[in-house]
Design a protein around this ligand. Structure first.
Ligand code: MBD
Ligand code: FE
Length: 298
């Protein structure tokens, strides 16, 4: 177990509090260099965000009872460690959209709260780390990484992470091996890679924490469609963060995180022996003078 891992408090059921605290810890680790936002930008962003909230209060004539309910709920989001979950589910998709609209290569999507860097290296062809009896339909994935001019990108990294067949992520739910369903693949000279994994299940936002409380109180649903997360990177190219989806999932049309795009739909084919196979490739944008700094590879 790493420090990222869930504190189970002697129980082995997944709880919002435990996965929320793990996601919060994981996010803190990511900020090793600290974050620099200028006074000018803080004032513009925070000022307009507050003005937008003021507009909502006036429009709906928010009562003091509602104001106190909001305050109590915001306090609980922090106590449950669910700020990463809340922000990634309801806010990140717009940030992703704004920061990738200049790209000509593959479409991306949000990172979400459950990425962990440095997953074990598997080479160009391999099986993602999984349990001996890992449940779920086996999935064989072939693909290629190229640049927008069509040239193959050898040595590109394809980091893959996803939930298991019960919808749980390793390091954020208890009793799952540390790197389960997390792996780093490196494309061959032709930019090609081949990955064996299993299909993930749809993911339900924890219902017993503050985010679940909001969903229940508003009468919304808590589901994301089944998805594979990837980060694809190569020297001199913009980092691509994406999610890939399975046709026919009932939540492809109403993802609570608004992170589905038609370009991210897979096309898995039954092989007749209980397995499925698919091809999905990536096109990376070369870094240019206009590339926003945070989207380039360090
Ligand atoms: C997830 O698995 C996820 O990908 C996002 C974006 C939010 C919550 C859970
Ligand atoms: Fe996810």
């Amino acid at each position: 177990m790493t420090e990222n891992s869930v504190h189970t408090d002697g129980q082995d059921t997944a709880s919002a509090r435990a996965s929320g605290q793990s996601a919060t810890e994981s996010f803190r680790k990511k900020q090793h260099a600290g974050l620099q936002v200028s006074q000018e930008r803080v004032s513009a962003l925070a000022g307009d965000a507050l003005a937008a909230i003021h507009d909502v209060i006036r429009k709906h004539e928010m009562t003091y009872e509602e104001y106190d309910a909001l305050k109590a709920w915001l306090i609980q989001v922090g106590e449950d460690g669910e700020w990463p979950l809340f922000l990634d589910v309801w806010v990140e998709h717009v940030v992703e959209d704004v920061n990738t609209s200049h790209r000509e290569g593959s479409k991306g999507s949000i990172e979400g709260p459950y990425y962990v860097p440095d997953a074990p290296e598997q080479g160009a062809r391999g099986t993602i780390p999984m349990r001996e009896d890992e449940p779920g339909t086996p999935l064989h994935w072939t693909g290629q990484v190229t640049s927008t001019d069509g040239s193959p990108l050898g040595g590109a990294k394809v980091e893959l992470w996803h939930a298991d067949a019960d919808g749980f992520y390793s390091q954020f739910a208890p009793d799952i091996p540390e790197w389960n369903l997390r792996g780093t693949f490196t494309s061959d000279e032709e930019g090609r890679f081949e990955i064996d994994t299993v299909e993930p299940a749809p993911y339900q936002i924890p219902t017993d924490g503050a985010c679940g409380k909001l969903i229940a109180a508003a009468g919304w649903h808590a589901w994301r469609p089944a998805h594979l997360h990837v980060k694809v990177s190569a020297p001199g190219h913009e980092l691509l963060t994406a999610q890939l989806y399975f046709p026919g999932d009932p939540h492809n049309e109403d993802d609570i995180a608004s992170a589905v795009k038609p370009e991210l739909m897979l096309d898995p084919q039954d092989t007749g022996d209980g397995k499925r196979t698919m091809d999905y490739s990536f096109v990376l944008d070369p870094v240019s003078d206009e590339t926003p700094a945070a989207t380039t590879v360090a």
